[in-house]
Design a protein around this ligand. Sequence first.
Ligand SMILES: Nc1ncnc2c1ncn2[C@@H]1O[C@H](COP(=O)(O)OP(=O)(O)OP(=O)(O)O)[C@@H](O)[C@H]1O
Ligand SMILES: CC(=O)N[C@H]1[C@@H]2OC[C@@H](O2)[C@@H](O)[C@@H]1O[C@H](C)C(=O)O
Length: 398
Amino acid sequence: MNPQIQCLYHIAQKPERRIIGLMSGTSLDGLDIALCHISDSGPGTFVTLERFSTVPYDDELKADIRTIFAKTEIEFEQLCLLNPYIGRLHGQMILDCLRSWDIEPSEVDIVASHGQTVYHAPKSQHRRDKFPNATLQIGDGDHVAAVTGIITISDFRQKHVAHGGEGAPLAVYGDYFMFSKKGENRLLLNMGGIANFTYLPADEDASRVFTTDTGPGNTILDAYARKLLNKPYDEDGKLAAQGQVNKELLNALKINPFFDAPFPKTTGPEVFNMTYVEEAQIRSQTTSLPGADLMATLVQFSADTIVDAIKRVMHDGETYSIYMSGGGMHNPVLTKALQQKLPNCTFGRTDDLGISGDAKEAVLFAVLANESLAGGGTSFGDRQGVPNVTMGKVSFPK
Ligand SMILES: Nc1ncnc2c1ncn2[C@@H]1O[C@H](COP(=O)(O)OP(=O)(O)OP(=O)(O)O)[C@@H](O)[C@H]1O
Ligand SMILES: CC(=O)N[C@H]1[C@@H]2OC[C@@H](O2)[C@@H](O)[C@@H]1O[C@H](C)C(=O)O
């Protein structure tokens, strides 16, 4: 037997594993690196977040990725070159982190690498009959494994697509194991570039659990922060706080079939981008809106579409706890708008449940890798878009 397969077999049999989860999302702010200690699997999964770091992307890397990011037409050579480049870069970032934490690569069992999404095209979006749902992440796992010397599991989304899903959101598979609690209706709300939530009903019935995207989180806000402030984001919502919400533009922004589609569903910056806003401005005759009003309206757009989606799972007479994660939880204008519209919900962060909200998505991929190695027996019922699969491909270092 190839000794590397033997090594994988040994890791899969261990009662507990040390797994590094990696996530670099649609905000392109950096690589989230979460060193997790995970015991057991499935509903018995127990995660301790040992260390966490976000390694920021420099401006050159952001610009390189943006040349091919969420665009229908790109330079193919650039895509081809970035695939190994990002893989090697992520590998090096892991090594630098481990060194700063005084941990040897040999002390880590597995790297679970999401890669960089460069294009996301569910069928509802591309509308081309003969093609299936599609999504593409780059930063190939072979390069991460070669640089770190650690067995790497990557490319998690393709199996989901292969079984009829949209390749996202995958959060359901981790949130259910980590955060579900009998007797409490929980909503795990992640506000990254795109916002999504996981519904965890109080009866812990796996077949009722799902995650869905709700629409934009920060992606459009960040685009306008770059344009209006020359900054990566509107820190603490300072610009938005100075503006007034424009009702005409807000209503125009909400006109999109995505918002009425059934759960679970996915989207991305391919749809929700500056062109989307400019078109809504033309339709609502608000093209000369001051920057602060535009920003205030865009925050309200994210908040309203999150709330509208969440309200669809709520039942009268039930109570719900919302646990936030992702960079949007740091934007007080956004969180205040949510709380105003959902006065009967209690609001917290996943930090209250033991996992930092900044690290949650990176931890998710560590849990998905753990499940591929040691779990896989949980049924999520037969809901369309939540296939009963484990995900990820294995890359050996040699
Ligand atoms: N203090 C803050 N004030 C306002 N916004 C903030 C603040 N801190 C972070 N953010 C927002 O959070 C974003 C980063 O969020 P996060 O890292 O969760 O995104 P991501 O992982 O790339 O997204 P996705 O969930 O779509 O993959 C920033 O780009 C910014 O918009
Ligand atoms: C295609 C893709 O990368 N989607 C991301 C993105 O970021 C948030 C939202 O859009 C979510 O659908 C997904 O990530 C999380 C981790 C998920 O799959 O659950």
